[in-house]
Design a protein around this ligand. Structure first.
Ligand code: R5P
Length: 308
């Protein structure tokens, strides 16, 4: 087995490699003067089970191209099997044609990964589970929820309600609520027909409760903060947000600073930035990913990782 990392999130890759018990493999990744990516593996890959760790977070195009080129080089170096390890799978939100003449980028990325040489995909909290069906190669889909739930459980909230900040997040919220024996509420976004202004409605009861908003990702924090305000208006006692992938923009950070969200719990699937003035707890999913890599390599069950 050999484990390699692109440049997207080396700190996470190093932790995964430490768990797996193999140092990160040696690979040279550089840029030609015109910006094209050059990759050269420094070691022999012939017949190896190769894992390439690269979340396609910001900047998504650079990180995706790097991953594709790393896989192409590994395939041409006669690797026996290549697993793309994508703790964050970018371009996933465009997963259907929701208006005329738009792309389905999640499917395009799936096609690109396979064309570049991926034999398997290991991903975490895909934006929608159906994306697995965009691949005709095996996909192992991990959830960050065991790590996040453990943290929330330790808080011992007396009256806990899990809130989906939009209807798309209902399945994830339902999973959290079931395991944590908590209530469930949903923020339903609706559009006013003529003016196209969104209104928000709360389905469920958050009054006097500790509300935890759960989502797969946040960037502008618009979804989270709008939902948090609504929770507050409906009498929530405190509000926490639990989001697997935090790719916060500067505007998003500013919005969080002004919002009633007391703490944002997230993971290290994407690299952390300077998050001054916002209470953000970063939990590591490196061991979970490392364990999945070991199990894939040893042909063991990955599902059993999620018996909580
Ligand atoms: C949407 O369906 C996603 O699950 C997130 O709710 C959304 O992408 C978050 O984006 P933002 O933080 O920019 O509102």
């Amino acid at each position: 087995m050999r484990v390699f990392s692109g440049n997207a999130n080396r700190p996470l890759a190093e932790k995964i490699a430490a768990y797996v018990g193999h140092p990160l493999g040696e690979v040279m990744i550089s840029r030609f003067p015109d910006g094209e990516v050059f990759v050269k593996y420094i070691e022999n890959l012939r017949g190896k089970d190769v894992f390439i760790i690269q979340p396609t977070c910001y900047p998504p195009n650079e990180n995706l191209m790097e991953l594709l080129i790393m896989m192409d080089a590994a395939r041409r170096a006669s690797a026996a099997r290549i697993t793309a390890v994508m703790p964050f799978f970018g371009y996933a939100r465009q997963d259907r044609k929701d208006q005329p003449r738009v792309p389905i980028t999640a499917k395009l990325v799936a096609n690109l990964l396979v064309a570049a040489g991926a034999n398997r995909l290991l991903a975490m909290d895909l934006h929608s589970q159906q994306i697995q069906g965009f691949f005709d190669i095996p996909v192992d889909h991990l959830f960050a929820s065991p790590v996040i739930m453990k943290y929330l459980q330790e808080k011992n909230y007396p009256k806990l309600v899990i809130v989906a900040p939009d209807t798309g997040g209902l399945k994830m919220a339902h999973g959290y609520a079931g395991t944590l024996h908590a209530g469930l509420a949903i923020v339903a976004k609706q559009r006013k027909s003529a003016t196209d202004i969104e209104t928000l409605n709360m389905v469920g009861d958050v009054d006097g409760c500790h509300a935890v908003l759960v989502d797969d990702l946040t960037s502008t924090a618009g979804t989270l903060c709008a939902a948090a305000k609504l929770c507050k208006a409906h009498g929530a006692k405190s509000i926490t947000a639990a989001v697997t992938h935090a790719m916060l923009t500067d505007d998003g950070l500013e919005r969080l600073r002004k919002s009633p969200i007391e703490e944002l719990v997230t993971t290290d699937t994407v690299p952390r930035k300077a998050w001054d003035g916002v209470n953000i707890k970063v939990l590591s999913v490196a061991d979970l990913l490392g364990e999945a890599i070991l199990r894939i390599h040893n042909d063991q069950s990955v599902t059993s990782l999620f018996r909580i």
